[in-house]
Design a protein. Structure first.
Lengths: 286, 273
């Protein structure tokens, strides 16, 4: 890290001092962002060591780090290992996300394509969307028990709606000229869908997916809160009952990292398949 | 360039064939629930011969774009009759290609992929048309931009891609809906010259919608002037200027007379150039 930083400065080296400063400001994600993290940890350290906040309220940074290393240094399939619980939660979140968003996208297309179907089901969709989905979590325990199925199901339901809504918005906002162009070339319905409508709606679809990727973790955790035999959410509840705040912080940090990774994964896929959207929007609409 | 011009000469006129387009009492009324019906086109009568370059001018909202969409088979007319090549229109015809006001390029496709799109839609072999696409792109001056994406091109270049995408369909009828309306004046003049140059190779029939009087005169064999809504034909003017034309023709007295005559039909000041 420090080396990369110095290399960067060396590459940019020029006679006057201002270019060095501008490199520092031009790459805030490499320079300023880590400083913010260091400052936050410093404040945290001060709060625990100097101002004497009790450890059951705020554990010290070292304690949290110790919990993390202890949890991750165990064998992956041991029940006390963080690897195991992280794996379970990620599996629930990812599988629920994939199922929920796939179903949301397909249903979104269907409701737009067969307008009568859309008109009939619209009021029910609105009603179901305004329901707080986490309220269904206890029901999932009744239906699916303490296993993974219920968590996957609740995650799928939570991720389903943003993808559905965005897919429909994307479908409906396809430039009518594009459809006219395709029809003037005698495109059939399937070509219209795969070569015009779907690619045109990708920016919308990805907006939905990135919302859904954040909600996926939420779904898995809520599902585990209500009743589970494994997973980070279950660990959190256990530590909560025994007032072990340091491992609670450790789990929260892991959850944060998973969330970041999932939305990063979506943005990588988006940049691969939807690279044209931002650049086209930056220029005039063409 | 050579293979294209030979391919095009094969499509040239023999007088025994029916006119390219024949419209009789063609009308269009838009009806929607809860509002008054809108009469967009009223009783149009006209014929267009093969290989003719026809412009349609009129104020915004006079129904000229509707006329073009009807010719393209994208919108149904309400009454009257309309035949292309002697056959009544029912839906988009394989011999028509449309160029829209905006280039309507697909931003996720490269220039070449955009040009080949109609070939995909028509379920023809993309591989076989690749060389033809490249030679058309060469003809419109985009040989160096084949692999670029639309957002990397200027407005004029984007519209050239749209024209190339129409040409690859080898249409006997090109329908152009104010294709240069969004371009600046300089680019527009240049595109007009290039369009005439291309047309001199392809010799297909062109119906060109515009609200620019001088563009219409400069390009066309005949100009159809339309009245404001409901759109009806005010006058059809034969443009008897020698071809090939260059920009100097704009300064001639005949050009000025045609412009004066056509401009009578367009009161709005917005339709000056």
């Amino acid at each position: 890290m420090a080396n990369a930083l110095e290399d960067g400065i060396a590459n940019e080296l020029s006679p006057d001092d201002s270019s060095r400063r501008s490199w520092f400001l031009r790459n805030p994600h490499l320079t300023l962002s880590p400083l913010v993290l260091i400052a936050l940890v410093a404040v945290w350290w001060l709060a625990t060591h100097v101002f004497g906040t009790p450890p059951y309220i705020l554990p010290s940074p070292e304690d949290v780090l110790r919990s993390l290393t202890a949890g991750f240094s165990r064998q992956p399939f041991e029940v006390s290992s963080y690897w195991y619980h992280t794996g379970i939660t990620v599996w629930e979140a990812v599988l629920g996300f994939v199922l929920g968003s796939a179903f949301g996208a397909v249903l979104g297309i269907a409701l737009c394509h067969w307008t009568i179907l859309g008109a009939v089901s619209y009021p029910y969709i609105v009603a179901f969307q305004s329901l707080p989905k986490v309220a269904l979590a206890p029901l999932m325990v009744v239906w699916f028990g303490f296993g993974l199925d219920g968590k996957i199901f609740i995650t799928a339901i939570i991720t389903f709606f943003p993808v559905l809504a965005n897919m429909m918005a994307g479908y409906q906002s396809v430039d009518p000229d594009r459809i006219d162009l395709a029809r003037s070339c005698r495109a059939n319905d399937w070509q219209l869908l795969t070569k015009v409508i779907l690619p045109s709606s990708l920016p919308f679809l990805f907006a939905g997916l990135s919302t859904a990727s954040v909600l996926a973790i939420l779904g898995a955790i809520v599902g585990e809160f209500v009743g589970a035999s494994a997973g980070l959410g279950m660990l959190l509840m256990q530590y909560n009952q025994s007032l072990e705040t340091a491992p609670m912080f450790a789990v929260i940090i892991i959850l944060g990292l998973i969330g970041c990774l999932m939305s990063y994964a979506v943005s990588v896929v988006e940049r691969r398949y939807c690279f044209w959207a931002h650049r086209s929007a930056a220029r005039n609409k063409g | 360039m050579a293979p294209d011009s030979t391919a095009a000469t094969q499509t040239v006129v023999t007088t025994a064939q029916p006119p390219m387009i024949r419209a009789h009492a063609l009308s269009k009324v838009f009806r929607s629930a809860g509002s008054k019906p809108v009469h967009a086109l009223k009783e149009l009568d006209f014929g267009i011969e093969r290989g003719e370059f026809i412009s349609v001018i009129g104020q915004s909202g006079c129904g000229k774009s509707t006329l073009l969409k009807i010719l393209a088979g994208l919108v149904r007319h309400s009454s009257g009759s309309l035949a292309i090549n002697g056959r009544p229109i029912d839906g988009p015809s394989p011999e028509c290609a449309v160029v829209f006001q905006s280039p309507v390029l697909f931003p996720w496709r490269t220039v070449l992929q955009n040009v080949l799109l109609p070939i995909e839609f028509k379920r023809l072999s993309v591989g076989e048309y690749r060389d033809r696409a490249l030679s058309i792109l060469n003809m419109v001056g985009l040989q160096d931009f084949v692999g670029r994406y639309p957002y990397e091109l200027s407005g004029g270049m984007q519209q050239r891609v749209a024209i190339a995408r129409a040409l690859i369909q080898d249409p006997s009828l090109m329908l152009m809906d104010e294709p240069f309306g969004a371009l600046d004046a300089m680019t527009r003049e240049q595109m007009n010259l290039e369009l005439l140059r291309l047309w001199s190779h392809t010799k297909n029939t062109v119906v060109f919608i515009t609200h620019s009087v001088s563009e219409a005169i400069f390009l066309s064999d005949r100009v159809i002037a339309m009245t404001a809504r409901p759109g009806a034909i005010a006058e059809i003017v034969d443009i008897d200027l020698p071809r090939p034309r260059d920009l100097s023709v704009i300064n001639t007295a005949e050009f000025g007379n045609y412009a004066k005559r056509l401009r009578k039909h367009l009161q709005a000041t917005g339709a000056m150039f």
